[in-house]
Design a protein around this ligand. Structure first.
Ligand SMILES: *Cc1c(COP(=O)(O)O)cnc(C)c1O
Length: 361
């Protein structure tokens, strides 16, 4: 990214001089890298400020472009707020939204989806990987159901890009939201994949200079874009090895905690992100647990995006967890820098804290 802050400072939309060309060449290369990462073509990548904006563009853009055909949208109870909130907004405008429940393992039941389709369904939005419990939804099967009914299929892949393989053809995706910062890239940059063949009707939400094929006006920021592509490239290069390594570390963590007993794994045991473990601890107070572990490990009980809210996680509630258990849950995030030593330390810290809290109770 560094040379694009200093040496190559041109505007990629300035095509009448060398400075613009340099910046444009870098953006074009990044666009190709990102497209190749999801088996798309470069013209199908629309840069945005992140997955929140990509989701807003996808959901509101389809709703606006298709409302003559229908006003029904299908999504899932466990989606990120960056999908749920635009859906709630669309509902306030007169759209009807079906929120599919999930099974106790966090996965959508394909029969529920089948039954939810209506004559006037215009869009299905199902996330690739859940940000709290890590489960991987069966995108290819869902995409097939959408394709059969000619309903646009969108997925929020903020947690998935660079960690699991994504293929817009094999998964029959029409729209796919991406972001850089969940895969060690810079914050404030993401993209929406928009299928060209068959063309997906999408209404722009930002109007101006007509950038990004008219779908997202605003000057592109080359340092962010270059960093985004590099982060995804590195993620893909290491994916197989890293995924095996993280799965083994996650197993080590789960097995280390198991002797505590009265634990609940949240989300499917294997169909999940390698680096995610989410556990509910019976018999402890969630707040006390987090406080007790503050010095040992950086943890959260839910999403960073909902720290302002004190309600129990809507994702854990959708799995059928009680309020008390939802509060007494920890999401462990294992990543590129996580070592076996750290897992041992975390196991020791969590075991000691939970035991102490249970004794006090
Ligand atoms: C982080 C996240 C988002 C928001 O992405 P930003 O790039 O921060 O806007 C959306 N959806 C999911 C599933 C996420 O994990």
């Amino acid at each position: 990214m560094v040379p694009f802050f200093t040496e190559y400072f041109g505007n990629p939309a300035s095509l009448t001089h060398m400075y613009g060309w340099e910046a444009e060449a870098a953006v074009t290369q990044a666009r190709s890298t990102l497209a190749a990462a999801i088996n798309a073509s470069p013209e199908e990548i629309i840069f945005t400020s992140g997955a929140t904006e990509a989701n807003n563009l996808a959901l509101k853009g389809i709703a606006e472009a298709c409302f003559g055909r229908g006003r029904h949208i299908i999504t899932v109870q466990t989606e990120h707020n960056a999908v749920l909130d635009p859906c709630a907004y669309l509902a306030s405008l007169g759209f009807e939204v079906t929120y599919l429940p999930v099974q106790s393992n966090g996965l959508v039941d394909l029969d529920d989806l089948e039954k939810a389709f209506r004559e006037d369904t215009i869009l299905v939005s199902v996330m690739a990987a859940n940000n709290e419990i890590g489960v991987l939804q069966p995108l290819a099967a869902i995409g097939e159901q959408c394709r059969d009914r000619q309903v646009v299929f969108h997925s929020d892949a903020a947690q998935a890009i660079g960690k699991i393989s994504l293929d817009v053809e094999a998964m029959h995706l029409d729209l796919l939201s991406l972001t850089a910062h969940k895969v060690y890239g810079p914050k404030g940059i993401g993209a929406l994949y928009v299928r060209r063949r068959p063309r997906v009707p999408l209404a722009a939400q930002l109007h101006g200079g007509g950038h990004e094929r008219g779908l997202r006006s605003g000057t592109l920021y080359p340092p962010q874009i270059v960093g985004f592509a590099k982060a995804v490239e590195l993620g893909l290069a290491d994916m197989a090895v890293e995924s095996t390594r993280l799965t083994a570390l996650r197993q080590r963590l789960w097995q280390g905690l198991a002797p505590l007993g009265q634990l609940h794994l949240n989300g499917h045991g294997t169909q999940r992100l390698p680096g995610n473990l989410n556990v509910s601890f019976e018999g402890v107070d969630g707040q006390a647990l987090l406080l007790g572990l503050r010095g040992t490990v950086a943890l959260s009980s839910g999403a960073a995006c909902s720290t302002a809210s004190t309600a129990p996680s809507h994702v854990l509630k959708a799995l059928g967890r009680s309020d008390a258990l939802a509060y007494a849950s920890l999401r462990f995030g294992l990543g590129r820098l996580t070592t076996a030593d750290q897992i041992n330390q975390v196991v020791a810290g969590v075991v000691a804290t939970v035991q102490a809290l249970r004794q006090m109770a």
